[in-house]
Design a protein around this ligand. Structure first.
Ligand code: DGL
Length: 273
């Protein structure tokens, strides 16, 4: 049994890591759309067309038992069109508003996400439905996912750059202050230790990856016994390949050229945005 994990960049590795723990016998294939990253500023119709077309190629080539859209920015839009088109189980990643509302004692929580995710009706709907009396501050970070990519591509990202992106999450109001921050972009948990150290005061950071992994276990329960196909966890990219050391750290190897031609197409669509 193989699971296909998709994100715009390396962020979905935070989800793959948890899937690997929950389903150690399953193989994983990972697709990163690094030719188009970041998705955070893409227009909705461009994003949907792009993801559906990439998944068409990837599903035909890799034939997984389940697909995980390990990207909040994409999941808030593409799950219905993907489910309408492809018949395998599809697990998405959406902001963990419900656990945050259940956890917060001060009733001040923040959602840290890409500008696309905070704009979506989907995210606002989650807050209306599950937020209860908890007041959510929506923080759309222009730069944080890119800073994570840079860090994992081997560059140095300064504390000041990271702090500027997370600072708006920390709100003080009427003697109360934010006590819960939802990590609503899969890139962010990859730098959680640094974010925690930089926080102006301690908060609970909610990383939905373990819950997503549990969902993957549930939806693949009927997929039959895991088979050892002898293949490693493979990482495919539409653009540049991340450093081997990063793939290695997450137990992946470079998967080869699944998307020949996609980078050129991506260049065009990114320019037309
Ligand atoms: N990792 C993605 C997410 O969970 C977004 C990064 C981006 O492409 O802007 O939203």
């Amino acid at each position: 049994m193989r699971i296909l994990v998709f994100d715009s960049g390396v962020g979905g590795l935070s989800v793959a890591r948890e899937i690997g723990k929950a389903l150690p016998a399953a193989g994983m294939d990972y697709v990163a759309d690094l030719a188009v990253f970041p998705y955070g500023a893409l227009e909705p119709d461009v994003l949907v067309t792009r993801v559906v077309s990439l998944m068409e190629t990837a599903l035909a080539a890799l034939d997984p038992a389940a697909l995980v859209i390990a990207c909040n920015t994409a999941s808030t839009l593409v799950l219905p069109p993907l489910r309408a088109r492809f018949k395998l189980p599809i697990v998405g990643t959406v902001p963990a508003v419900k656990p945050a509302a259940e956890h917060s004692r001060s009733r001040l929580a923040s959602v840290l996400a890409t500008p696309g995710t905070v704009k979506r009706d989907y995210t606002r709907g989650l807050i209306e439905t599950f937020g209860g009396d908890c007041r959510f501050t929506l923080v759309g970070s222009q730069a944080l996912a890119g800073l994570v990519e840079r860090q994992f591509a081997g560059e140095t990202v300064s504390d000041a750059e990271l702090l500027a992106e997370i600072a708006p999450c920390f709100v003080e109001e009427g003697g109360r202050r934010t006590d819960t921050v939802v990590l609503a972009c899969t890139h962010y948990p990859l730098l959680l230790d640094r974010l925690r150290a930089l926080a102006p005061w301690p908060v609970e950071w909610i990383d939905p990856a373990p819950a997503i992994a549990r969902r993957v276990v549930t939806v693949t329960a009927g997929a039959g016994p895991s088979r050892d196909d002898g293949l490693p966890h493979r990482f495919f990219s539409t653009g540049r390949q991340p450093p081997g050391s990063l793939l290695d750290a997450f137990g992946f190897v470079a998967g080869g050229d699944l998307f020949a031609g996609e980078a050129a197409k991506a260049g065009k669509s990114a320019l037309s945005v």
